[in-house]
Design a protein around this ligand. Structure first.
Ligand code: PLP
Ligand code: TYF
Length: 394
């Protein structure tokens, strides 16, 4: 049986991580996987997380199972963080999941259960796992235009034109903020226009929000998700705590299902619990409990928000420094988009050949689609990257 297995496609981002490790050069720069790193190149445990873990270690008296949906207090805290009352609580069903990836997977499985005919519209480009999980679950994917490789901004007319091709019941997957991989985002007027298409055509909104607090601020980054959630009849929201709480390996995320009316919430909740049971029974608890402790303790929450804000500001500073340096070296404004993009990533919009050239010549590791993780830089490496970009002829 096992001899029948065929090789599976590797994850390009994770493969790049391995390649970086093997590179013996001291001056190499890792702009690959989306993990926050401080100026020393360290991915720290956030202060509030350390403190919550310390308390948990002292106070926790049992590690017995919690519940198929996870701890209800986690759901309440996360629904509040993401939606802040935008939708009546009794319309929302939720399950804790292993990371945002788990939430995305369960969302697609729920779509398949509810409407096997539904197609999922995804941005071109999107996070590669969206496409590969859809394929694995057996859902047809349709790409909508999103990134304009000339302007490095959103091709909004193209996006609306493509979404107009969706049929009633199709799902539109949107990145709540900090688009991965491009860094280019819609403004709120554009979000409203997308909501109008969704409602006019009877589409189902699905939001993946993995970087709340990394773009314009905790509340600002949730504004689009709240707008969509409060304006549509039905929707799905997959949220990740990996980045904004820095709990990557704890696998902490949540899937919310918003029903048209409170009468349906029970059956949605029952289906979500069922999906958790089919896939792994009980979701991981440690990260969720830490997140809940932080969000419900005013002091821990304030300290967490302050540290997250420092992280956000540091990435914005690196963006501006890189845009300035590139303007100086290239004598043109064509890299100004780097300061306009938001989140961890910017796609610089060049060819895989030039990305490879920068890797070989200068030890710069960005993903083949020319996505770079801004947090992989520091003040000293920004000029090195800028020079490599200009030298490669980007
Ligand atoms: N969705 C997007 C767009 C992402 O970039 C990520 C990666 O961080 C995730 C979901 C899920 O991440 P995780 O499963 O680590 O929470
Ligand atoms: O896009 C990224 O880099 C992050 C981390 O299979 C990640 O979202 C990358 C690949 C993957 C899971 C997470």
């Amino acid at each position: 049986m096992l001899g029948n297995l065929k090789a599976q496609p590797a994850d390009k981002i994770l493969a790049l991580m391995a390649k970086f490790k093997e590179d013996p050069r001291d001056q190499k720069i890792d702009l690959g996987v989306g993990v926050y790193k401080n100026a020393e190149g360290v991915t720290p445990v956030m202060r509030a997380v350390k403190e919550a873990e310390r308390r948990l270690l002292e106070e926790q008296t049992s590690k017995s199972y919690v519940a198929l949906a996870g701890d209800p207090a986690f759901a309440d805290a996360m629904i509040d963080l993401v939606l802040d009352g935008a939708v009546a609580r009794d319309r929302i069903a939720a399950i804790a999941t292993p990371g945002g990836t788990g939430a995305v997977r369960q969302a697609f499985e729920l779509v398949k259960l509810a409407n096997p005919e539904a197609r999922v519209f995804v941005s071109n480009p999107t996070w590669p796992n969206h496409v590969s999980i859809l394929k694995y679950v057996g859902i047809e994917t349709v790409a909508y235009r999103y990134f304009d490789t000339e302007t490095r901004a959103v091709d909004f007319d193209g996006m609306l034109e493509d979404l107009a091709q969706a049929n009633a019941g199709d799902v539109v997957l949107l990145h709540g903020c900090c688009h991965n991989p491009t860094g280019a985002n819609l403004n709120l007027t554009q979000w409203q226009a997308v909501v109008d298409v969704i409602n006019e055509k009877g589409l189902i909104a699905m939001i993946d929000i993995a970087y709340q607090g990394f773009g314009d601020g905790l509340e600002e980054d949730a504004a689009a998700t709240r707008l969509v959630a409060s304006s549509v009849k039905e929707g799905l929201i997959a949220a990740s705590c990996s980045k904004n709480f820095g709990v990557y390996r704890e696998r902490t995320g949540i899937l919310m299902g918003i029903s048209e009316s409170a009468d349906q919430t029970g059956i949605v909740q029952q289906n979500l619990n069922f999906l958790n049971r089919q896939n792994y029974s009980f979701p991981p608890d440690h990260g969720a409990r830490v997140v809940t402790m932080i969000l419900t303790d005013p002091e821990l929450r304030a300290d967490w928000a302050a540290e997250l804000e420092d992280i956000r500001i540091s990435m914005l500073g690196l963006r501006q420094q890189l845009a300035d340096e590139l303007q100086k070296l290239s004598g043109s404004d064509r890299f100004g988009f780097i300061a306009e993009h938001r989140g961890m990533f910017s796609q610089i919009g060049t060819t895989p050949e030039l990305v490879e050239k920068m890797r070989v010549d200068a030890g710069i590791y960005m993903v083949g689609d020319s996505r770079m993780n801004i947090a992989g830089l520091n003040e000293k490496t920004v000029p090195i990257l800028a020079k490599a970009i200009v030298d490669a002829g980007v």
